[in-house]
Design a binder for this molecule. Structure first.
Ligand SMILES: Cc1ncc(COP(=O)(O)O)c(C=O)c1O
Length: 393
């Protein structure tokens, strides 16, 4: 028994030697602008709770009421154990939010991507995937057993070239994050739509980090670019700006009926609990009706980015609440993050496999619940760490 698992020890040693070992940081509080770690307060620059909705009183109240009425778990998959009226109501709400005919819920964004891509394409089909797409898209592509052609990040010419050279008679799918999770930049959606239409391809987008942040109504990049009716498959998550848990796909009625019948991560997975569903509905209402939260967040984003640039730090060309400060190798990036924590700022060092080797970064994320003082204190900490590590080491 012991011997059979010896390889794990060796593997762990390798991970540690490369400075890629991961540990969990335990929080004793919710995803607030300040969090408690070991009883001490830190400014949180690490959450995807972009609008602060996971701790919003109205959202929590909606979850509490649903919890009282329906209990904790949903009891099984929707096709077997019965689907809650709340599941249908949230799907209708998501469809109206994303301006599509219909929508389907999954238990997470990860499961939405994996189940949808593997249902839509298979052997004999071809997927065109941006090289920086999220792991859940990559896993969905692999699971599908379709041929995968990876195009250079946001490079429309490269994608066009690959499309022009592909003569397969099978289905074709272009898939991309709209806001890239580790870089924070935005995919060139209008150009992607044009290419998809020109080549008769399906186009699938992942709005995980765009929802709540982009667009006047906050519904994401399809709204921001005005292409809501030209993207076939719009995937998103309920776990970031929406502040809860779960994933979804929005699109035409037939697409959603098909996924209900073919997406294995929908069919064979226990459905979302009522409390998470109700919280998401309340959060979407707030996202649509309170654009001032988004405007305030954008003010913070612009101030933080200009402060980081003044310090001399290198920020990747982000255009969202994800602000990546490029450091390079794993060791100094980890050191940067540790020193920031010593100065009261909790923000993670992102290393491979989340990002390519040599492109390790501090991934700072902002929330509409941060106050301006938080940003100024965080900037002072970044300045001190930058000076300690790179100016007067
Ligand atoms: C771009 C992207 N897609 C999908 C997911 C998965 O969503 P979830 O966390 O709801 O499983 C994430 C989460 O990190 C993400 O960043």
């Amino acid at each position: 028994m012991e011997n059979a698992l010896l390889w794990i020890e060796e593997e762990l040693k390798l991970i540690k030697d490369k400075q890629l070992f991961r540990v969990l940081t335990e929080l004793q509080s919710g995803q607030n602008p300040e969090v408690l770690i070991d009883g001490k307060r830190y400014i949180l620059l690490a959450s995807n709770n972009y609008l602060g909705l996971s701790t919003d009183p109205l959202v929590k109240e909606a979850a509490r009421r649903a919890l009282e009425k329906y209990g904790t778990g949903s009891g099984g998959s929707r096709l077997v154990s019965g689907s809650l009226d709340l599941h249908r109501e949230l799907e209708e709400r998501i469809a109206s939010f994303k301006k599509t005919e219909s929508a389907i819920l999954f238990s997470s964004g990860y499961l939405a991507n994996v189940g949808t891509i593997s249902a839509l394409v298979g052997p004999g089909d071809v997927i065109f995937s941006d090289e920086l797409n999220h792991a859940s898209i990559i896993d969905g592509c692999r699971l599908s057993r379709a041929e995968i052609k990876v195009y250079r990040h946001c490079d429309i010419d490269h994608l066009g070239y690959l499309l022009s050279k592909t003569s397969s008679s099978g289905k074709r799918l272009i898939v991309t994050d709209t806001v890239f999770s580790m870089d924070g930049d935005i995919a060139p959606l209008p150009e992607l739509v044009e290419l998809a239409e020109m080549y008769g391809c399906m186009l699938m987008v992942d709005e995980a980090h765009a929802t709540g942040v982009l667009g006047k109504r906050g519904s994401g990049a399809t709204e921001y670019f005005g292409v809501e009716d030209r993207v076939h498959i719009v995937m998103g998550t309920l776990s970031k700006a929406i502040g809860s848990l779960g994933g979804y796909v929005a699109g035409g009625k037939k697409l959603i009926e098909f996924l209900r019948n073919r997406a294995r991560t929908f069919i064979f997975d226990t459905s979302l609990p009522a409390s998470a569903v109700a919280a998401s509905m309340a959060a979407i209402d707030i996202i649509e009706s309170e654009p001032q939260r988004r405007d305030y967040l954008w003010g913070l984003i612009n101030r933080f980015k200009s402060g980081l640039k003044d310090i001399g730090l290198s920020i990747l060309p982000s255009n969202s609440a994800v602000i990546p400060v490029l450091i390079g190798e794993a060791e100094p990036t980890l050191r940067f993050s540790i020193l920031l924590k010593e100065k009261g700022v909790f923000t993670p060092a992102v290393r491979p496999p989340s990002v390519p080797h040599g492109k390790c970064r501090i991934r700072a994320t902002l929330m509409a619940t941060h106050r301006e003082e938080h940003i100024e204190i965080a900037l002072s900490a970044f300045r001190e760490v930058y000076n300690e590590l790179f100016v007067n080491p």
